[in-house]
Design a protein around this ligand. Sequence first.
Ligand code: SF4
Ligand code: SF4
Length: 390
Amino acid sequence: MYDDESIYNIYRNVKSLFRTFENGVRALFFQTDQLQHLLSALSSKGYNCIGPQVRDDAIIYDELHAIDQLPQGFNDQQAPGSYTLSRNNSTKFFDWANGPQAIKPNLFSPREKIWQSEQAADGAISFNTTEPDPRPIAIIGARACDVAAMKIQDQHFLEQEFIDPYYKTRRESLLVVAVNCSHPADTCFCYSTGDGPFVDDGADIVLTELNQGFLIDTYTDQGKEILKALTLLESTSEHIEQAESIKAKASAQKRSLPAFEIKTRLFNELNNDAWHEIATKCLSCGNCTSVCPTCFCHSETEVPELDGKSSTHYRQWDSCFSQGHSYIHGITIRSETSQRYRQWLTHKFASWHEQYGRSGCVGCGRCITWCPVGIDVTESLKNFEERRRD
Ligand code: SF4
Ligand code: SF4
């Protein structure tokens, strides 16, 4: 008998085989000295390049002009509530797992002006909508989990009845250069969610960093256009073997989602004592939702000017852990931390299936690393399985 995980792994292998046949060609290869050409080609096509770099002892994404800004020779160690960067002897640029950001802040801005209203001398009020900056962005170094999260956010912002114009403008001009993971953190579990460590689709260009250069795959016309600026070689069997060994290493992750049917279990456990137990630890700080690449809750604020004649309307990220997020007509619906943690976990792993046909978790592990008290979402879920067996 096959269990769910074996069936899923067979499906992934078959899917991967089909991809090889569909492409019909092996990935191409470029030597490391071509990486700067890739950045220059993107810039010359008008893209504002955003890429990973070391800042404040973490890897963050910011404007990237030259490859010497990349975190070459850095490695991250992650654990519940802990993130440490250290130097290693590697000459690789992408030998780390991830930092606190994914693609999300570049598409769904943490805070943005939506409109400005002004009252004229005759009392008439006018509203001026703010348009997002249409300059194309190229994200360099996105991980498989980040690309999977972007696809989920696409569903939310672009594929529902109401399309978000801000997200849409940015998404249409975004080019993603993903880099397959070689070094999963101890907090990663993308292999068990089916979202990593290698990118299946959703990116324009996918790189795999080898010892002497990069394998490169393209999936879109925009990606193929950029490739023309590079000196590319046919990949060799040795390159493919290296890539396979990197994939195997990156797939061996310490954490995984529990095997039981999470959605039904969570819906059946709304009154479980586990919610109160976790609330004795959880600070309701919202760090987990800020770093989560799929969370999309937001609030809206009107900021009046002192002249009393104009005001600005902002949209900003909110969290189901904030009291205000469940405030409706004088009542805070989820006043207790236990209710807010339950809301987060049951939405992400249960009702998300009904909204978007899959869970809202891509296994990036960020909520585990950046939780100040080290609450581990995989352990929270396993807790329900253990309680059932009691
Ligand atoms: S719930 Fe946690 S592990 Fe899952 S996608 Fe969000 S931050 Fe990543
Ligand atoms: S689970 Fe951790 S990160 Fe999330 S709100 Fe609670 S204390 Fe903050």
